[in-house]
Design a protein around this ligand. Structure first.
Ligand code: C2O
Ligand code: CU
Length: 480
């Protein structure tokens, strides 16, 4: 990768448009992987990622056993280019097994990072090389898919930005990795999950963070155009973001430019952003130097500021209508007339069920199920009952998935390798935008449509990790 693109955001420099488009205005994110130049002189679009223990002060005292890809802060924002080959050499220094998954990216099945299903998990001091050419531009993220309840909860979630082939024309880009930590004020961990939480809404963190900080401030040009990218990478929390102090428009959800307009979120009607989801917003900074724009979240009973953007420099006087709509990603349009209907029921598990413990951990309980069968675990032999595919599609086939939530809880349902769009809900009017993760609310029945254009075994699960790890998971097979 081009190192000028993996800029640290601690250099809060204001640069002009062209350079700013490549600047990640997040927290103090370090340049990616040391010493890449030697190792990858021939393949510049490559990064070394070393999964390791990290120390950082998230509360008032440092926590020493966070998990990141650098020793002293959150996993950095990775920026790569649409249509250009990319390689991530992921080295695991932890004593536990892991895999890395590229959330929302349409790629070859073998690069999807799902243990047992697409690769064998890799252990201490082992390296796995992931290579893919991202066809879609937008805001995506990366996280492990093995021992997820531990590794994600301890910090291993990062934002992956696929830059458009043509510069969309922003003055700056603010990247917000939104996640909680379950820490005591003294920096020690609380239990990362609880059985009580796993059986209900999940176990909430005690500290809401933006790029591992509480209420950080980022700078942007006075009167400039800013792209704000929010990625909900928490294991549990559904955020309700909105913006105070600036006009703006939603330009993409879950990576993809909009097919249908999404309402500008306000305090009265915030946007629902559930674990796994992203939203990209274009805002225009106030014309007054020193003015602040607040990025808020309507946390139940407690509106919360996630971050602030401060106007700096002399006004540049840009306007939102200077922005051309983002170029749509090339997603095949499902044929709704001929589409086959496949139903998936999300609910409680009828009777427990054994969790197969491989190298990727089990929480030891089965609370949830898809089609009344709890997923028997990452390491389950695919020939055991409940461990085979939930459905099988033929390559190129149009399918409508009817997602039926029979539980009193909300579930962000995520499908790997394919993108789909909602077409109908029994509860609300939904914009029909391309996504990889939809929030299925309590009692909701939602039809989503897709073309099964990518062969392989694609994980299909709730992104509340406690639900995923206690049964609400499975996979869909697309065959030639
Ligand atoms: Cu974001 Cu199966 O994962
Ligand atoms: Cu769930």
């Amino acid at each position: 990768m081009d190192y000028s693109m993996a800029k640290t955001v601690s250099d809060k420099k204001i640069t002009r448009r062209s350079a700013m488009a490549m600047l990640a205005s997040g927290a103090a994110l370090a340049p990616l992987g040391m010493g890449l130049k030697g190792a990858f002189a021939q393949t510049p679009e490559a990064v070394n990622m070393v999964i390791q223990q990290a120390t950082y002060k998230i509360t008032d005292a440092a926590t020493t056993d966070l998990i990141s890809t650098r020793p002293d802060g959150p996993p950095p924002v990775i920026r790569i280019k649409q249509g250009q080959p990319f390689t991530a050499r992921v080295t695991n220094t932890l004593p536990d097994y892991t895999t890395m998954h590229w959330h929302g990216i349409r790629l070859e099945n073998a690069m999807d990072g799902v243990p047992y299903l697409t690769q064998f998990p890799f252990g201490q001091n082992e390296t796995f090389e992931y290579s893919f050419t991202p066809m879609d531009a937008g805001t995506y993220w990366y996280h492990p898919h093995c021992l997820t309840m531990n590794q994600m909860a301890k910090g291993l979630t990062g934002v992956l930005i696929i830059e458009e082939k043509t510069d969309p024309g922003f003055d700056s880009d603010v990247v917000i990795n939104l996640r909680d930590f379950r820490l005591r004020p003294n920096g020690e961990w609380l239990d990362l999950w609880t059985a009580r939480g796993a059986a209900r809404t999940g176990t909430f963190g005690t500290i809401i963070t933006t790029n591992w900080e509480t209420d950080p401030v980022y700078d942007a040009l006075t009167g400039g155009l800013v792209r704000i990218r929010l990625a909900a990478t928490d294991t549990t929390r559904i955020h309700k973001p909105y913006i105070l102090g600036a006009d703006g428009v939603v330009i993409a959800t879950d990576g993809h430019p909009l097919r249908e307009a999404v309402d500008w979120p306000t305090a009265a009607s915030p946007h629902l952003l559930s674990p796994g989801q992203r939203i990209d917003m274009a805002i225009r900074m106030p014309n007054i130097e020193g003015a602040y724009v607040d990025i808020m979240s309507d946390v139940p009973g407690d509106p919360r500021r996630l971050a602030r953007v401060r106007a700096v420099g002399t006004p540049v006087g840009r306007t939102l209508n200077e922005l051309a709509p983002l170029h749509p990603n090339d997603v095949p349009e499902p044929d709704l007339e001929s589409a086959r209907l496949e139903e998936f029921v999300f609910g409680w598990t009828p009777e427990g069920g054994e969790q197969q413990n491989g190298f990727c951990g089990t929480l030891g309980y089965s609370f949830w199920s898809i089609n009344r069968t709890p997923w028997p675990g990452d390491a389950a032999d695919p020939n055991t009952p409940g461990a085979g595919p939930l459905a099988q599609f033929t390559l190129g086939e149009s399918v409508v998935l009817r997602l039926r939530n029979e539980s009193p809880n909300d579930h962000p349902i995520h499908l790997h390798g394919l993108v789909f769009r909602p077409i109908l809900s029994n509860k609300r009017t939904l914009p029909s935008n391309w996504t990889d993760t939809v929030l299925l609310t309590e009692g909701e029945i939602m039809d989503v449509a897709l073309v099964a254009d990518n062969p392989g075994d694609w994980a299909f699960h709730c992104h509340i990790i406690e639900h995923q790890k206690t049964g609400l998971a499975g996979f869909i097979r697309v065959v030639m």
